[in-house]
Design a protein around this ligand. Sequence first.
Ligand code: SF4
Length: 64
Amino acid sequence: MKVHLDESLCVGHGRCYELSAAVFSEDECGHAVLLCQKIPREHEAAARKAELNCPEDAIRLEED
Ligand code: SF4
């Protein structure tokens, strides 16, 4: 599974990196940054939670 982040939509709520710290981190302004493009299988459920909980719909997961 792959993850896409639309940085133009991210406003920095921080939900993604709280829910899925293996896939998301934050920059100095609190905006999300990706730690990987391909999500390790054991982190897919947490990444899906982050996708569903982003209020800005900035995260999209895609099956590969
Ligand atoms: S939850 Fe969405 S808006 Fe908030 S930091 Fe993550 S990507 Fe950005």
